[in-house]
Design a protein around this ligand. Structure first.
Ligand code: NAD
Length: 471
């Protein structure tokens, strides 16, 4: 049991003024594994004002010194990587075979990258009679989801520290423990007081108070589109910068000349990893009608071969959903898909032997019409829609027929064929023939998937104001 009775504010573990504690539930056992404070608006006030006081000093600290703190944090995370991975497995339910690489080693690489990019803040551009300087945006609030908790946190924190911003962080209520562990590491590296502040608590209370606060200059939000809209509305009266990283319903377009087995196998695994709780999950597989029957057979065999089980068992490919509420949502969508006339190929419920824990079997729907709600709305569970198309023009139209535009993928007979299709899909990412995630490249969405970019130089730019000085 990990119990944190205090919040990390102004460089110290402070007694919260909020009432009570929230339990953290292990989704595999349904047992409480931790407790964290339910922060209140007065805690937000203290944290924001600490960040405000720390801002001038931190933003004027030489970029090389800020880079040193980021490198020290990466070293801390490396030295406690196994502990961090195990905390995330416990609170999220992602199996150990993925957790360390995906949830911890990636964020370490991200930190190291921003230690290198911090020097960009010193670059001055000359244009005509102007000098253009880069300066930190100011006090930033981070509101985070639960599905890749440390990855989301570092995707904001590392560039913010590199730019010279100070921050107040609100983790998701489902997975707050990693954030408290990170605060311990921040304390261990001696980051100046007030640069990093942590307030846990409900989104509607703590999150909205942060988004509204007049002393917060920027809010960076990752989560569902609905909550992102509310954050933007709360932030609007104070005209703060709002960076939104929201949901997705991403297509995988498989062409007729593709290696069908490799493509379908990749598509199935991409959705089922983290039990479908991935914002970029390729949940709509677009298949050439000429090879549709063959593709369904491959997809079903690959899905049935996946091992679902205890996330602490190294053999488990997928574990439970993160919460009882998420399981309910997913099962409701599966029922809806059947009512809408999609054909259930496998999965669809909680299988025998999984009565304890929030498990949903990996589920395939065939003969999905892209206009069905299961193809238009983000389910955020292990549910893959298999959609036939007649020709590539129709495939592209289906790929783009979505309110979202976060990610996409193409599997084609050649890289050139894949690239030609990638340029016609309205999404912030496109992965061709299994290309991997790149921490140096910008990440973010088109359309209702958001308006910001994380990672790479563009991720730093989110936290930068530019000042033109005419002389
Ligand atoms: P969520 O929107 O329910 O919650 C996200 C965060 O917002 C939580 O910390 C929550 O407490 C807070 N929150 C909720 N309502 C709020 C409000 N009114 N004001 C301020 N804060 C509020 O999302 P979730 O269920 O935690 O995460 C899953 C969602 O996140 C999915 O839609 C997924 O696609 C999305 N996501 C997007 C990305 C991306 O980079 N685009 C990455 C990961 C997850």
């Amino acid at each position: 049991m990990r119990e944190y009775a205090r919040l990390y504010i102004d460089g110290a573990w402070q007694v919260p003024s909020g009432q009570g504690m929230a339990e953290v539930i292990d989704p595999a056992t349904e047992q409480a594994i931790g407790r964290v404070p339910l922060g209140a608006e007065s805690d937000v006030e203290r944290a924001v004002m600490a960040a405000r006081r720390a801002f001038d000093g931190w933003s004027r600290t030489p970029s090389s010194v800020r880079a040193g703190y980021i490198t020290a944090l990466a070293a801390q995370l490396k030295s406690r990587a196994a502990e961090m991975a195990s905390v995330i497995t416990d609170e999220l339910g992602m199996p150990v075979q993925w957790c360390q690489a995906v949830q911890v080693e990636g964020p370490i690489a991200g930190l190291e990258q921003y230690a290198e990019l911090a020097g960009l803040m010193d670059e001055v551009r000359e244009v005509g009679n102007s000098l253009v300087y880069r300066e930190a945006v100011g006090v930033c609030a981070f509101i985070n989801p639960w599905n890749y908790p440390l990855h989301q946190m570092i995707g904001k924190l590392a560039p913010a520290l590199a730019a010279g911003c100070t921050v107040v962080v609100k983790p998701s209520q489902e997975t707050p423990l990693h954030a408290f562990l990170l605060a311990e590491m921040i304390e261990a590296i001696g980051l100046p007081a007030g640069v990093f502040n942590l307030v846990s608590g409900p989104g509607a209370k703590v999150g909205e108070a942060l988004a509204r606060h007049p002393q917060v200059d920027m809010v960076s939000f990752t989560g569902s589109t609905g909550a992102g809209v509310r954050v933007a509305q709360a932030a609007a009266p104070t005209v703060k910068r709002v960076c939104l990283e929201l949901g997705g319903k991403s297509p995988l377009l498989i062409t007729a000349d593709a290696d069908l087995h490799a493509a379908v196998r990749h598509g199935v695994q991409d959705v089922m990893i983290n039990s479908g709780q991935t914002c970029t999950a390729l949940t709509r597989m677009l298949l050439p009608a000429s090879r549709y029957a063959e593709a369904l057979e491959i997809a079903e065999a690959e899905t049935r071969a996946l091992v679902m089980g205890d996330p602490r068992d190294p053999a488990s490919f997928l574990g439970p959903m993160c919460s009882a509420g998420q399981r309910r949502t997913v099962l409701d969508y599966i029922r809806l898909g059947q009512e809408e006339g999609a054909r259930l190929l496998c999965g669809g419920d909680t299988p025998a032997g999984f009565e304890r824990g929030f498990y949903v079997a990996p589920t395939l729907f065939a003969d999905v019409d892209n206009r069905m709600r299961i193809a238009q709305e983000e389910i955020f569970g292990p549910v893959l829609c298999l959609i036939p198309y007649a020709d590539e023009a129709q495939a592209l139209a289906l790929a783009n027929d979505s309110p979202f535009g976060l990610s996409s993928a193409v599997w084609a007979g050649s890289r050139e064929h894949g690239l030609a299709l990638a340029r016609q899909i309205r999404a912030g990412q496109c992965f061709i023939n299994g290309g991997g995630f790149n921490y140096q490249a910008p990440f973010g969405g088109y359309k209702q998937s958001g308006n910001g970019r994380e990672w790479g130089e563009e991720g730093l730019a989110e936290f930068v104001e530019v000042k033109a000085v005419q002389c």
